[in-house]
Design a binder for this molecule. Structure first.
Ligand SMILES: NC(=O)c1ccc[n+]([C@@H]2O[C@H](COP(=O)([O-])OP(=O)(O)OC[C@H]3O[C@@H](n4cnc5c(N)ncnc54)[C@H](OP(=O)(O)O)[C@@H]3O)[C@@H](O)[C@H]2O)c1
Length: 312
């Protein structure tokens, strides 16, 4: 089976969209990511700098060359660029703008480096594509950052095959693509994943647990006011619970948990990496342990069928 990178996702510990996470828990979670995963994904927008700052606090305890840091640019809050959406953070309204102008990328990169307390970013990603500048112009700025030694590699998130093709045809091959992919959201299998395989662009999947819902642990919608998951209906949670019960019966045969089963299952998809979010060190440890098991053919078939037939 293809070797798959396991990447620690730090959106949750930024708090924005996820509710309160104590600083101690955030630090301990990142400690596990850096110690065990050696690879961490973040973005300036995750807690408007908090997630990157927490990484910056922990990073000096590790050898920089042993750690890979992937962060992003292109979403800012200082009213320059293309309005994207309104949100709330710690009781304050925030407006988010897409901006990937040359100057803005360079300023964002400088700020990320300061927060992360490092002098280079391993992989720098466009978070969401703006209407302008074009992807090729954005790629030119990223190549400049590479020349300046501030980033090692660059990639993109949330773009389609046509966008990737535009870059590839203009000799700007991204190192990787980050895209949502999980047992219930398999759309990328149609064209994005095959395209990445063909052109050797690494495919890194996120939302493996569908923002935690697939773990089946939420009995009722008790999400906090600023938690983006608060829109789920209790009836939907009931249905997910049924799905998780089926997963539990298979997981128990292997003495693993439902999150571990999901990750084990996704490993057979032979993609390049999976980014798993965690709120605590316990979750972060669980998501890297016992995920190398071989599932029996029959259990795989049951899982495939269960996921395929699941409707919410
Ligand atoms: N490029 C992009 O546009 C993009 C978009 C989304 C995500 N991402 C990246 O991908 C990462 C992961 O995706 P995601 O944030 O959508 O979330 P996810 O990984 O699907 O879910 C994360 C949540 O699942 C729950 N969880 C995780 N491990 C668990 C365990 N072992 N036991 C029980 N519950 C567990 C936690 O929920 P509780 O908090 O309720 O405990 C955690 O906050 C992000 O952190 C981010 O780095 C990138």
């Amino acid at each position: 089976m293809k070797e798959m990178e396991i990447i620690g996702g730090t959106w949750t510990i930024g708090e924005w969209h996820w509710g309160k996470v104590e600083e101690k828990d955030a630090i301990e979670t990142v400690e596990v990511f850096l110690d065990r995963y050696k690879f961490v994904d973040t973005a300036p927008i995750y807690g408007f700098g908090r997630s990157e700052r927490i990484i910056g606090k922990v990073l000096p305890n590790f050898k920089r060359k042993d750690i890979k840091i992937m962060t992003k640019f292109g979403l800012i809050t200082d009213e320059k660029g293309e309005f994207f959406f309104k949100s709330e953070y710690k009781g304050e309204e925030v407006s988010v703008y897409k901006n990937a102008d040359r100057q803005s990328i360079k300023e964002e990169c400088k700020k990320s480096l300061e927060r992360l307390k490092t002098d280079y970013i391993d992989i720098y990603l466009l978070h969401f594509k703006p209407s302008s500048p074009s992807l090729t112009e954005i790629a030119e700025t990223l190549e400049e950052l590479k020349q300046e030694g501030l980033i090692k590699k660059w990639g993109v998130c949330n773009v389609n095959t046509g966008d990737l093709n535009l870059l590839v045809k203009n000799n700007f091959k991204p190192y990787c693509l980050q895209f949502k992919y999980n047992p219930l959201f398999t759309k990328p299998e149609k064209s994005v994943i095959p395209y990445c395989r063909k052109y050797k662009i690494k495919f890194y999947a996120f939302s493996l647990f569908e923002r935690g819902f697939l773990t089946g642990k939420y009995m009722k919608n008790n999400f906090e006011k600023e938690d983006n998951r608060r829109f789920i209906k209790n009836e939907q949670l009931e249905k997910i619970k049924e799905l998780t019960e089926k997963m539990k019966s298979i997981a128990s045969k292997y003495d693993i948990t439902v999150p571990q089963l999901i990750l084990t299952y996704m490993k057979i998809k032979e993609i390049d990496g999976i980014i798993t979010g965690a709120r605590t060190k316990k979750q972060a440890k669980e998501n890297i342990d016992k995920i190398d098991l071989d599932l029996k053919e029959n259990d795989l078939k049951i899982l495939e069928k269960t996921f395929r037939e699941f409707k919410i």
